[in-house]
Design a protein around this ligand. Structure first.
Ligand SMILES: [Zn+2]
Length: 430
């Protein structure tokens, strides 16, 4: 069997497992979890003191629930302790990944070939379930890195290359006008990018009257606000497929074409949604995502606290048994806090603010319980300031005093992200 045959067989197995029974899916996941835990406990110094996992370990067992969480700090301060002394050649070679850095120190996390293939296959399942036309051009607007291997066509690699669409890689910091120019004249195209770039592209297209057809946009890496979804629909006729993903966890959950809720990729990871009291969130309740990537043999992360908050989902009616996330609530450091209230993302309208200001170099920061600061680059007229102030007053209920602070520049993060809100009183996640 060639590598391509194996990849195709794996996709077919994922299309079967997502419609298996809940018991079958649990058994599948448990086998992988058992192997990963054994590997981590036996081969890595970080977990060496842990008691050996019992046979039949599952993500709902008392043994698993008693395992302590790990955090980004554990990895940044103690990376070498996560490196396994050995692992099976079946996992292939190790490649380092640098994660984040925008909200704390950059962390390293290694990935094996097998885990990288697993992540790809989660994308292939998404292409399949959304019925994407794999002959169309796909524009990938991301932070490009020198050492990154780049495929110039996309779609299932076992298909005839002549039937697969071109994949064009463009750095996310490219001005929106130039991004739009690159896509022009090709008929309908697909896009894969971050929500902040979807916002920039949509605003620029609407401002200049640029007509482009982008039937599907895959959104990754940041919180996707509802108004950004609407802006892309209005600018390009786009449907956005939101993939809940991170460098540490990979593709963790993908929107369902039937219901729009997010299916957890349970064949590849254990995703727990944990409330502040430590209990698992029930449908409709919000909690922090604690993730265990099941093929993470190079840097085993058992119960990694992600800093991402989500609302636990109901069972989906589409026939897939994969558990669901109802919606993404945001990252902790972007949420505003008030005594006695659960932290939440301020419900600012990014599209409206961007249209008012004319660019996206701005940030709303909560400095303390009652104070917030609107930081912006460039200049604002009195009427712009007034419009922004009125919007903030309307959405934040006038609870917070606001001030405007001009800053020299607000560059994108090292990963090409744009954060529009910040809880400046909150430390980066531990
Ligand atoms: Zn579904």
């Amino acid at each position: 069997m060639s590598g391509l045959d194996i990849a195709e067989a794996y996709l077919n197995s994922l299309l079967t497992s997502e419609r298996a029974s809940g018991e079958e899916l649990d058994a599948y996941q448990s086998r992988l979890l058992q192997r990963l835990a054994k590997h981590a406990f036996e081969e890595t110094p970080f977990y060496a003191a842990r008691r050996v996992a019992p046979e039949g370990l599952s993500a709902n067992s008392d043994f698993w629930l008693a395992q302590p969480y790990i955090s980004r700090r554990d990895i940044t301060e103690n990376f070498d302790a996560f490196r396994p002394r050995s692992f099976s050649k079946l996992h292939g070679v190790i490649t380092p990944l640098t994660t984040g850095g925008s909200t704390g120190p950059a962390a390293r996390r290694d990935i094996t070939s097998l885990e990288a293939v697993g992540r790809l296959l989660a994308s292939y399942r998404m292409y399949h379930s959304w019925g994407l036309d794999q002959s169309r051009p796909l524009f990938v607007f991301r932070k490009l890195r020198q050492d990154q291997p780049r495929q110039e066509i996309w779609g299932f690699p076992w298909r005839d290359p002549a039937e697969r669409g071109e994949r064009l890689w463009i750095d996310i910091a490219t001005p929106a006008r130039e991004q739009l120019e690159q896509m022009a004249g090709r008929g309908p195209v697909y896009v894969n990018t971050l929500p902040s770039n979807i916002l920039r592209l949509s605003c620029e297209a609407l401002r200049t009257g640029t007509k482009l057809s982008i039937p599907f946009i895959v959104s990754v890496g940041e919180y996707l606000a509802p108004e950004v979804r609407e802006a892309a629909a209005s600018a390009f006729g786009s449907t956005i497929i939101d993939a809940f993903s991170s460098a540490e966890g990979g593709v963790m959950a993908v929107q369902c074409p039937g219901s729009g809720i997010y299916h957890i990729q349970s064949e590849q990871l254990v995703l727990e949604i944990v409330k502040t009291d430590g209990a698992r969130a029930k449908p409709g309740e919000t909690g922090e995502v604690v993730v265990t990537p099941l093929y993470g043999y190079a840097t085993p992360l058992l119960r990694y606290r992600s800093g991402d908050f989500v609302v636990a989902g109901p069972a989906c009616g589409c026939g897939r048994v994969l558990p669901a996330i109802a919606s993404i609530a945001g990252r902790r450091e972007h949420m505003f806090t008030r005594p006695g209230e659960a932290p939440e993302l301020p419900k600012i309208d990014r599209f409206r603010l961007m249209q008012t200001i004319g660019h996206d170099e701005w940030l709303l920061a909560q400095l303390s319980e009652d104070d917030m600061e609107f930081r912006y680059a460039g200049s604002l007229t009195a009427s712009q300031e007034q419009a922004i102030g009125e919007h903030l007053h309307a959405v934040l209920g006038g609870r917070l005093r606001s001030r405007f602070t001009n800053v020299e520049a607000l560059p994108l993060t090292s990963g090409g992200k744009r954060h529009f809100t910040l809880n400046a009183g909150v430390l980066p996640p531990a």
